[in-house]
Design a protein around this ligand. Structure first.
Ligand code: AMP
Length: 112
């Protein structure tokens, strides 16, 4: 069964797409936790970072290199935070690896 992010990548569910290439998609989060809250995910449905494999190294490096480009596209010139929730205890709700890109306000530490 497809994850919600696979359906978005395949155009079956609408989303506000910020960026897309052959490897990944970035969309605005439907329930933003900051003035800018974007989700960046690979089109390959890796369930979570703990289940990524050595064969996924190119995808993972592409995601990490793309995240700052997406932040720049969103105008987050003052800074931003990237977050990956892994597992229920960390707040993961969609079992399709995604990077949260948050910015546009002062972000506090430690996160809740
Ligand atoms: P996580 O809790 O780390 O798994 O993050 C999942 C994120 O996906 C949450 O921040 C949700 O608000 C977001 N989300 C769920 N469904 C959609 C959707 N259809 N479009 C955009 N964002 C979504």
């Amino acid at each position: 069964m497809k994850t919600i992010f696979q359906k978005i990548a395949d155009g079956e569910i609408p989303a506000k797409i910020v960026y897309q290439d052959d490897t990944c998609v970035a969309i605005h989060d439907i329930n933003p936790q900051a003035p800018t809250h974007v989700l960046l995910f690979p089109t390959k449905p890796i369930p979570r970072i703990a289940e990524a494999e050595d064969a996924d190294a190119q995808i993972l490096s592409h995601l990490m290199l793309t995240a700052p480009k997406v932040a720049k596209l969103c105008g987050l010139d003052d800074g931003f935070r990237i977050v990956i929730n892994n597992g229920l205890i960390a707040g993961e709700t969609v079992p399709h690896l995604h990077i949260h890109i948050l910015g546009g306000r002062q972000l506090h530490w430690p996160p809740g």
